[in-house]
Design a protein around this ligand. Structure first.
Ligand SMILES: [Zn+2]
Length: 424
């Protein structure tokens, strides 16, 4: 049976889903593209004969109409900029003010600098220093009287950051107050810094953006177990993107999940296997948080959860063990389940690394908080992360089969035993 499932799982097939989802464009929660993605995933689940249900969630959504940085003095030049999601807008005409460099944007970086009524400019120092959670930098800038904050990315294109603080607690997502924020590429950033080195630079930052509440759905497809249907093994992948097209983040996980579903429905399972297409991962996984709240009573029946998020582009394929949030104690993915997955991977001839996530946890964290043993497949240092270059052409498609094989075979082995141990 394992052989049959492995033969079935195809990177070519999984990539078809990735391409379809990437072509939709914006799939941010509550967007038109989100609805298209919901229809697509639901239809795919139904095609496989899975039972489909939907859980309504209500979360903030974000729309970016126009983001523009125009230097007006000493030269006139417009730079390509990306707004942080959930940033407040600037006034309609934008804010026009002198620029001040504030290093890494930390409290200490402001000492001895006059940013009152000005636009602060900060930068990232490397891939290991991504300042993704811009909320706290926005608050620091506001505290010092700045009007807006621009962050220079380490890559030669801007990327989408978040206007959140980076806390695990969803009640404490956003700073109480902060300035509007956007990012710039390192190439444009260098030019800007060069101008600033020559004397006073004045610029206009315009963010025509909107944050409001929206409804969406977590879509679940269930393959009912033949014998022990009350016990479940779950796979989760988020379908939203931070910025289109979001091929690696996270059409790659969704495509892989759909391909695993196709292979497992061919052979059937003794236990129920559920496939969860979640959304509003972008930000602090508010979608998964609400899903878990709505299905609290089901959590004890989930014997193992596999989270597939960003598995195609970047460095080595890893299992994330510990995830660190600033406001809660670290979340641990199941050591026992990690060990089992690693053993399966090695038997199949695949290498798999392990790592600690120092900037938070993807959706598996919300299940871990309810005692569900979970693993998270992830690749670090995706150079195209949250940029318009996160497109299918930049993926390593065969990774979708690697993860598909490992997850599907682990599920078959879990399902083969009469009593799944309580993983720690
Ligand atoms: Zn993701």
């Amino acid at each position: 049976m394992e052989r049959r499932v492995r033969d079935e799982i195809s990177a070519v097939n999984a990539m078809k889903h990735v391409k379809f989802l990437s072509d939709i464009g914006n799939r941010f929660v509550g967007s038109k593209g989100d609805k298209k993605a919901i229809d697509y995933v639901s239809k795919e689940f139904k095609k496989l004969g899975l039972t489909v249900d939907k859980t309504e969630i209500s979360v903030p959504t974000f729309r970016e109409r126009e983001t523009k940085l125009t230097v007006v003095k000493p030269v006139k030049k417009t730079f390509q900029c990306v707004a942080s999601y959930f940033t407040p807008p600037t006034p309609k005409k934008g804010v026009t003010a002198p620029l001040v460099y504030v290093g890494g944007g930390e409290e200490k970086d402001y000492h001895g600098k006059d940013v009152e009524g000005k636009i602060a400019v900060m930068n990232e120092k490397g891939m290991g220093d991504l300042k993704f959670w811009m909320g706290r930098y926005a608050a620091t800038a506001k505290h010092h009287g700045a009007l807006a904050l621009i962050s220079i990315h380490v890559m030669p294109y801007p990327y989408r950051t978040s206007w959140e603080i980076g806390n695990n607690n969803v009640e404490n997502r956003f700073p109480e107050e902060g300035v509007p924020t956007a990012t710039l590429s390192c190439v444009d950033g260098q030019e800007l810094m060069w101008l600033m080195g020559g004397g006073e630079v004045e610029a206009c930052l315009k963010l025509d953006v909107e944050t409001r509440m929206a409804k969406s759905h977590v879509v679940r497809g269930v393959l009912k177990g033949r014998e022990i249907s009350e016990e479940k093994i779950s796979i989760i992948a988020h379908r939203d993107n931070g910025i289109p097209p979001g091929a690696n983040d996270n059409a790659s996980g969704t495509g892989t999940m759909l391909e695993i579903a196709r292979a497992l429905t061919r052979v059937g399972t003794r236990r129920s296997v559920e496939f969860i297409s979640c959304t509003a991962e972008e930000g602090v996984t508010a979608g998964a948080y609400q899903y878990v709240q709505a299905h609290k009573d089901e959590m004890p029946s989930i014997k193992a959860l596999f989270n597939i998020d960003m598995i195609s582009t970047g460095g080595r394929l890893n299992l994330v063990g510990r995830g660190i949030w600033p406001d809660t104690k670290p979340l641990e993915h199941s050591k026992d389940l990690n060990r089992m997955v690693l053993k399966v991977a090695h038997e199949l001839g695949y290498e798999l690394g392990s790592m600690v996530a120092s900037w938070g946890v993807s959706e598996s964290g919300r299940f871990i908080e309810h005692g569900v043993p979970a693993v998270w497949f992830w690749k670090p240092d995706d150079p195209y992360y949250h940029s318009v270059y996160d497109k299918p052409e930049n993926l390593e498609p065969n990774m979708l089969k690697v993860v598909g094989d490992i997850v599907a075979i682990t599920i078959l082995r879990l399902d083969a035993v009469d009593k799944i141990p309580k993983f720690k």
